[in-house]
Write a protein that binds this ligand. Structure first.
Ligand code: GDP
Ligand code: MG
Length: 730
């Protein structure tokens, strides 16, 4: 009975929030609905992604929010808190709860919690194509009657049902207005009684009722929800009255049933769901669930007690191999490309400061950053595949028990391995891979320790020193270095988790999703998003730092007088040596000596020299110091700076032997200096790119902490090795 509305009215905006378990198809549906009209940001103050989009339908404006995926509305993870607080504080008009219809029981667990909160909800029964493939049919109208909320069937991948979904959501928003009608589930007599008592106290005192429904507050107290309880404690001492009841109930439950109240509550929620599902909601048209059956079969093998870990090691190892084998090819292209630009600039721009700035400062710096891009892209490609297929969840599941001892999580394994846990990785993609970790504390502990792994850039340093001092024990040394890296990473993780980032470990509530063949499009988008982010964010900072380092190793140039001395020496050679090859050799020697003097004279050289009194404790002289300072830009720089400092000019890998024999012959070096240096290089400050990546994943404070802490730790151990070694054995 709508009358024409003649008044000019501002178009009202309806806000719809997309919520659901991870992997239910939220993002796919969000993209299908909003198309390109979306923007991505973070929730204020935290790095949980926030996606928003606006669409206009008929004469309504609809704002759509993609909430983080959650299994529950408890307070276990940041995602859960973000989703819950968004719903409570922003009060969207309707929540669209996306459900993987092939796993109704599990996914309805979250739905029930929305209903208990009372917010208007409609269900999107997604993955209806898979349901059909399994020979299942779902009685949607019956389910909708029982849950008392509208339901729309969708296939997010093709966009089927999205139109209807929005229309139903808008209609529901109009009908419901702002009224929240919490669902009341019975939790058995003990808990129900306690709830009633608590609700009475809550209502009497108007305890937090302006924000939450009373029964919900009571439930959260019994569920031991850390956020609600701590807000409650700040609000008034009613919290203490409630906690007394909670404590009594807990004792009672433990005494009579030997189950804590949280578990009873979860049981009853599932009971509620099952009572609904029992009423012929799922109708089997074919005889078997194929995907579930396949998953069960695959899991017999893939998470088998003994075979599982072996297969896992093989998968992780091949992933690692593939990343670095295939990464090498495009990395080679990029290297040649930047080499070509370097060469071109060298011919066009006259020799001098400008050329040096362009070539050694800018092009090398940018080239260094871009060089990582293929690795990152390939690695994320494979991680996306393992994630989307469901295998990553199994890896985490298998490793969780061991890593948990050290305050880490099953998902910490991947960053360690990528960073060089099997020797030869790279901490930059490793640090970025910590994104799969949901708990901020476990993520931070992983972020801080992954850079201990022997990455590909540290390897040449180890190889050089092993060749110089331990050439009989090559394999044993490499193995020990890798082992040491793991031990240090786990011990430091344990240390930080029991001191500065103390906190309980998150329970491993991750369920094992059924295996699914990922879509090429999904994987491609994931990979591109993450890679682009790296290029954008790392690019700017790295460029600035590499120009700074260039300046430090260039300025101030040698004084005129000394340059002239070298020039004179060359003149003398020209007039005394007639044989052209001999002359060339002699000239190169002078060039190198000049290079060495200039380096010593530069700011970096001065820093190296001034650090000597301290670094001598670990046996490092000024040349080692410059190499180590340069190694902060990129660990590769260590060997090439050694080359300059030991007057070898450019060092190519083939010539490394000569460099190692020079170092072996140098009086300032012995076995213990080498050991101290190996350990220091393994542990000290992560390279600039890693530091930037760490800052982006956590904060600058933690990135700087890693820088300082790792350097102190590395130095402490290096000094101990050198001092004890030289005192006792020499
Ligand atoms: P989110 O974690 O909830 O954001 O889920 P995504 O949107 O990333 O989707 C998880 C996976 O399910 C992806 O591999 C999607 O391609 C796939 N997917 C999403 N919707 C459907 C659907 O309707 N049918 C099928 N078969 N797969 C879907
Ligand atoms: Mg998503």
């Amino acid at each position: 009975m709508s009358k024409p509305n003649w008044k000019l009215e501002k178009v009202a905006t309806t806000t719809l929030a997309l919520a659901g378990n991870p992997n239910s198809g939220k993002t796919t549906l969000f993209n299908a609905i909003t198309g390109s009209r979306q923007h991505v940001g973070n929730y204020p103050g935290i790095t949980v992604e926030r996606k928003e989009g606006t669409i206009n339908i008929k004469n309504a404006r609809v704002k759509l929010i993609d909430l983080p995926g959650t299994y529950s509305l408890s307070a276990y993870s940041e995602e859960e808190l973000v989703a819950r607080n968004y719903l409570i504080d922003e009060k969207p008009d309707v929540v669209i709860d996306i459900i993987d219809a092939t796993m109704l029981e599990r996914h309805l667990y979250l739905t029930v919690q929305f209903l208990e909160l009372g917010i208007p909800v409609i269900l999107a029964l997604n993955m209806m194509d898979d349901v059909k493939k399994q020979g299942l049919r779902i009685d949607v109208s019956q389910l909708s009657n029982l849950l008392k909320c509208p339901i729309v069937e969708t296939i997010a991948r093709t966009g089927k049902g999205k139109q209807e979904l929005i229309e139903v959501a808008l209609k529901h928003a109009q009908e419901q207005g702002n009224s929240w009608k919490p669902l009341k589930i019975s939790y058995g007599s003990d808990i129900d009684l306690a709830l009633d008592d608590m609700i009475e106290i809550i209502l009497e005192n108007e305890f937090m009722t302006e924000r939450y429904p009373a029964r919900w507050i009571a439930l959260k107290f019994i569920e031991n929800d850390r956020e609600i309880i701590s807000i409650g404690k700040q609000t008034s001492n009613v919290a203490d009255q409630l906690l007394t009841i909670v404590e009594e109930t807990k004792h009672h439950c433990l005494r009579t049933l030997n189950i804590p109240p949280e578990a009873i509550i979860a049981d009853y929620r599932y009971g509620f769901i099952n009572s609904i599902l029992k009423q012929n909601i799922m109708i089997q048209e074919k005889s078997r669930h194929e995907r579930i059956a396949l998953t069960t079969k695959l899991d017999k093998l893939l998470v088998h007690r003994y075979l599982g870990p072996m297969i896992m090691i093989a998968v992780l190892y091949s992933m690692f191999q593939i990343t670095f084998t295939f990464g090498e090819i495009p990395m080679g292209w990029l290297e040649s490309f930047f080499g070509w630009i370097s060469a071109t600039v060298t011919t066009i721009v006259p020799e001098g400061l400008l050329q040096s700035l362009l070539v050694s400062g800018i092009i090398d710096g940018v080239g260094g950053v871009m060089g990582f891009v293929p690795l990152i892209a390939i690695m994320f490609l494979m991680i996306s595949f393992l994630e989307d297929s469901g295998y990553m969840a199994r890896v985490a599941y298998m490793l969780d028990r061991i890593l948990r001892i050290f305050g880490l999580h099953g998902y910490s394994a991947m960053p360690f391995i990528i960073s060089g846990g099997i020797a030869g990785g790279c901490a930059v993609p490793g640090v970025m891979a910590t994104r799969t970790l949901k708990s901020p504390k476990e993520k931070l502990a992983t972020l801080l320790t992954a850079p201990f792994m022997p990455c590909g850039a540290k390897l040449p340093v180890f190889l050089l020193l092993i060749a110089a001092f331990f050439s009989e024990y090559k394999a044993q040394m490499m193995f020990s270095i890798t082992l040491l890296a793991w031990i240090m990473a786990l011990l430091v993780a344990k240390l930080v988790r029991s001191t500065i980032i103390k906190g309980e470990s998150t329970p491993f509530i991750m369920e094992l999703p059924p295996y699914r063949l990922p879509t090429a499009r999904g994987i491609f988008i994931h990979t591109w998003e993450r890679t682009w982010q790296y290029i954008k964010k790392a690019g700017t900072v790295i460029l600035a730092v590499s120009i700074l380092l260039w300046a430090a190793m260039t300025f101030p140039g040698l004084p005129e007088q000394e340059i002239n001395q070298f020039e004179d020496a060359r003149q003398v050679l020209h007039s005394t040596i007639s044989d052209s090859t001999e002359l060339e050799q002699a000239i190169i020697k002078i060039d190198n000596r000049q290079g060495q003097s200039a380096l010593r004279y530069s700011i970096a050289g001065k820093i190296g020299t001034s650090l000597e009194p301290l670094s001598q404790l670990a046996g490092f002289d000024w040349r080692t110091n410059i190499a180590l300072v340069g190694g902060f830009a990129a660990k590769e720089v260590i060997v090439s700076t050694f080359g300059t400092a030991y007057s070898l000019g450019d060092v190519d890998p083939e010539a490394a032997e000569t460099l190692s024999s020079r170092i072996a012959a140098d009086k300032s070096w012995n076995k213990f200096t080498a050991l101290a240096m190996i350990v220091f290089v393994l542990l000290y400050a992560p390279c600039v790119v890693t530091v930037v990546a760490t800052a982006k994943e956590s904060s600058w404070r933690w990135a700087i902490f890693a820088l300082v802490f790792n350097t102190l730790l590395g130095f402490g151990i290096a000094v101990a090795i050198y001092q004890v070694g030289t005192k006792l054995f020499m």
